[in-house]
Design a protein around this ligand. Structure first.
Ligand code: C2E
Ligand code: CA
Ligand code: CA
Ligand code: CA
Length: 418
């Protein structure tokens, strides 16, 4: 058996896979490449408060080696990732059986250096010659399949499919286009009005990012995650802030204060200079801080509440209003909520959709906001019944297709001047 644990052996493993392919090619045999990546490795370590990392990785390597035959190869690719090369497999069934056995062996690894652990992994499988015939392609395919296993929630194995490559290529193309668009600042903001629930008067807007690729609009749900993963959101977000502040100042001259809310992602909020950026953007555009509202989703705030607190406090100190977006979908603890420098709770659209027949969550959020002296905005208001219910329940502001879809800056300006 060829066990290459203890080190990051990527090059050695690629070599070894190359040889195995030569051999299989000569004997018309089949191979399976398994990419094994531990789930939650960092968290297992942190939760113990001890670094058992090395011991855990060594024992993982041993378990994997014990689970395969002498002719097979087990090696560490680096980090908590391993490669298993199964030589002379009959086909996918046998590869699946081995993958299942390896996952079982890891689950039974419950004690490392006297610490109780729970180890699971995500396994991606690529087959020679079915999926690919060169070692680099097979490694990439096993990796892509592993990512799919991870996306499925981990603790399982997934076989490589063609669609994974197609999806990965589409994703790379999207990334490249988004990078180019970011350099050219080739975006627009759409503005969706918010109105006073009681009077119907215009109270402000939410700025929503719009991007066209080859003339076709791409949904923010599709490109914002890519912008976050690549870090492009930092540049894009700075542009959004600039544009929103400039616009809010201009409209304020003609109309009086109409705050514009911008969405801020986790990556932006985690950036240590975010509050500085907001401050300098306000100053550069001569924008009164009350004209800017920052929307942050509940999940993002609550996931790392202590880490974000200083930035939130600084933003609040500048006089910027802070809204918790998609409120009700996460798990806010009341204790935290009381200490957070927030001004607005935005009732998530999913609860507004339920109105008026299932009003429990909307009622609870409104009551909670009133107790904490926060204001409420309902998003996704689409029907008159919803609007009436919300106004009666004491929700402060409304936003949704019933009032208006997000519109161009010019159309929004017309609403401002009306
Ligand atoms: P969000 O912040 O929850 O924004 C509300 C979304 O609901 C918007 O989708 C809006 O067009 C849509 N919407 C508004 N009213 C209604 C309604 O009555 N019915 C329905 N069905 N939908 C309604 P959009 O513009 O596609 O944006 C999707 C998400 O993308 C936003 O969700 C936000 O999380 C993100 N996003 C948009 N612009 C930005 C941005 O500039 N920066 C960041 N970080 N995220 C952004
Ligand atoms: Ca991992
Ligand atoms: Ca929002
Ligand atoms: Ca929302």
């Amino acid at each position: 058996r060829c066990t290459l644990t203890g080190l990051a052996n990527r090059t050695l493993l690629i070599d070894r896979l190359g040889h195995a392919i030569d051999m299989a090619n000569r004997t018309q045999g089949r191979l399976a490449v398994l990419h094994v990546d531990l789930d939650r490795f960092k968290r297992v370590n942190e939760s113990l408060g001890h670094d058992i990392g090395d011991a855990l990785l060594i024992q993982t390597g041993e378990r994997l080696s014990d689970g395969v035959r002498r002719c097979d190869t087990v090696g560490r690719l680096g980090g908590d990732e391993f490669l298993v090369i199964l030589e002379r497999v009959a086909g996918s069934d046998e590869a699946a059986m081995v993958a299942g056995r390896l996952l079982g062996a890891l689950r039974r690894l419950t004690n490392v250096d006297g610490h109780r652990v729970h180890i699971t992994a995500s396994v991606g499988i690529a087959l020679y010659p079915t999926d690919g015939t060169d070692e680099h392609a097979l490694m990439r395919m096993a990796d892509a399949a592993m990512q799919a296993a991870k996306a499925d929630g981990g603790d399982g194995f997934v076989f490589y499919t063609r669609e994974m490559t197609e999806r990965a290529m589409a994703r790379l193309r999207l990334e490249a286009s988004l990078r180019a668009a970011t350099e050219r600042r080739d975006f627009e903001l759409a503005y969706q009005p918010k109105i006073d629930a009681a009077t119907g008067a215009l109270t402000g807007f939410e700025a929503l990012l719009r991007w066209r690729l080859d003339g076709m609009p791409v949904s923010p749900m599709e490109f914002i995650p890519v912008a976050e993963d690549t870090g492009l959101i930092l540049d894009i977000g700075a542009w959004v802030l600039e544009e929103a502040c400039r616009t809010a100042s201009r409209w304020a001259l003609d109309h009086g204060p109409l705050p514009i809310a911008v969405n801020v992602s986790a990556r932006q909020l985690a950036d240590s200079s975010f509050a500085d950026l907001v401050e300098s953007t306000l100053r550069r555009n001569g924008t009164a801080p009350e004209l800017l509202e920052i929307e942050i989703t509940e999940t993002v705030i609550m996931k790392n509440v202590l880490h974000h607190l200083p930035t939130l406090n600084r933003l609040r100190g500048l006089g910027v209003r802070i809204a918790i977006d998609d409120f009700g979908t996460g798990y806010s603890s009341l204790a935290y909520l009381r200490q957070l420098p927030v001004d607005v709770l935005k009732i998530d659209r999913s609860f507004v959709t339920d109105l008026p027949h299932a009003p429990d969550i909307a009622s609870t959020v409104i009551a909670l906001a009133q107790r904490l002296k926060l204001s409420t905005v309902a998003e996704g208001v689409e029907t008159l019944e919803q609007r009436r219910w919300l106004a009666e329940a004491g929700c402060d502001r409304l936003q949704g297709y019933l009032i208006s879809r997000p519109v161009s800056a010019d159309a929004a300006e017309a609403m401002v001047m009306a």
